[in-house]
Design a protein around this ligand. Structure first.
Ligand code: AMP
Ligand code: MG
Length: 331
């Protein structure tokens, strides 16, 4: 199969609709990362996404809908706090989990009785969703466990030959995946941290829990248990206070002619002398936006990435550290 990167226009949207209606998958941009979408009502189309990505079949997908879509078609028991959160933050990088009406393919939620719904803000995503006139089940458009894609070229690098069309909407501004919020309880609970922070949710909903699975408990968001976001090279991660140790490790590799780089915030980069450094930026928003881009750059150019945790006090850092830890620690 030949894979084409297309700018988003009438022709590419028409072709995308044809592919989606025929049970295929199309990659499309969102403000977080690129998604790999298929018709959420079509069992085989949804199952195909798992095959294309090599995704474990107990890791449920998020359904993406157009901003004018009435989600009561798909879910029930929408609490007041969720209505308020939707007014405040949607369209945007917030995925909300509700009780499912069971209308979409059961493969979307991998048998769970809940459904994760997201309304992406990206203009290209909105155009695509409007054109296809369907709820679209979509995980990130990468090979499972690899770094999520934030450009059309990243998608191509992973899925060339496996899908027909990648809709090109430029570099994703957000850079890490949406916040996943369980809205089935009295108080909302973050299942995966992201760009909409706990503070932002508490401000509107009055309170917000952060879910951490207890020992032995069945994980409420199955995606949490998998290794994720990993570059195709060796990685190490040091705490901020371990900067000196990171430099010692760097020098050891460099002296052995191993292509090594640091991955850290701007200030730490500034302290690392003439060493190779992938600069993530100097604030939470930029660091999130650059994280996957720099991890992909690192795996292209180097044999080992030595990450140093940024010392930045911003709610977004919960999501960044979650991804950085999963990407760079062998767990
Ligand atoms: P990805 O699409 O690769 O960004 O992953 C989607 C994330 O949403 C994973 O962490 C899933 O576990 C989570 N998710 C999707 N559907 C549900 C659901 N019904 N309940 C809880 N978590 C979900
Ligand atoms: Mg993913």
């Amino acid at each position: 199969m030949i894979t084409r990167i297309l700018t988003i226009d009438e022709n590419s949207l028409k072709l995308s609709k044809k592919i989606i209606d025929g049970g295929g998958a199309v990659a499309f941009p969102t403000e977080t990362v690129y998604g790999l979408g298929a018709n959420a009502f079509d069992d085989n189309a949804v199952k195909n996404i798992f095959t294309v990505k090599g995704r474990p079949n107990d890791n449920p997908l998020i359904v993406h809908v157009h901003k004018d879509y009435d989600i009561t078609n798909l879910v029930t028991e929408i609490p007041d706090y969720a209505v308020k959160l939707a007014q405040a933050y949607l369209p945007g990088p917030l995925t909300m989990v509700y009780k499912s009406k069971g209308k979409v393919s059961s493969a979307v939620s991998c048998g769970l009785d809940t459904l994760a719904v997201r309304v992406p803000e990206h203009e290209g995503a909105q155009k695509f969703l409007k054109y296809v006139r369907l709820p679209i089940a979509a995980p990130s458009a990468n090979i499972s466990k690899h770094v999520s894609p934030v450009t059309a070229e990243h998608v191509y690098a992973d899925l060339n030959g496996r899908i027909e069309v990648i809709l090109d909407g430029g570099k994703c501004s957000g850079g890490i995946e949406s916040t996943v919020l369980d809205c089935t309880g009295e108080v909302p609970a973050i299942l995966r941290s992201g760009l909409i922070t706990r503070e932002m949710i508490s401000e509107i909903a009055g309170d917000c829990l952060v879910y951490t699975p207890k020992n032995g408990e069945q994980v409420r968001s199955p995606g949490m248990k998998y290794k994720h976001y990993s570059p195709n090279c060796e990685t190490m991660l040091f705490e901020f206070g371990e900067f000196e140790k990171a430099l010692i490790a760097y020098d050891k590799y460099a002296n052995n002619n191993i292509k090594v780089c640091l991955l850290c915030d701007a200030r730490t980069c500034g302290l690392s002398g003439s060493r190779e450094c992938l600069n993530l930026g100097d604030n939470g928003k930029d660091i999130a936006s650059n994280l996957y881009y720099k991890l992909r750059e690192g795996e292209e150019k180097f044999q080992i990435i030595i990450a140093v945790a940024p010392e930045i006090d911003d709610g977004i850092m919960a999501g960044v550290m979650n991804r950085l830890t999963k990407a760079c620690r062998n767990q």
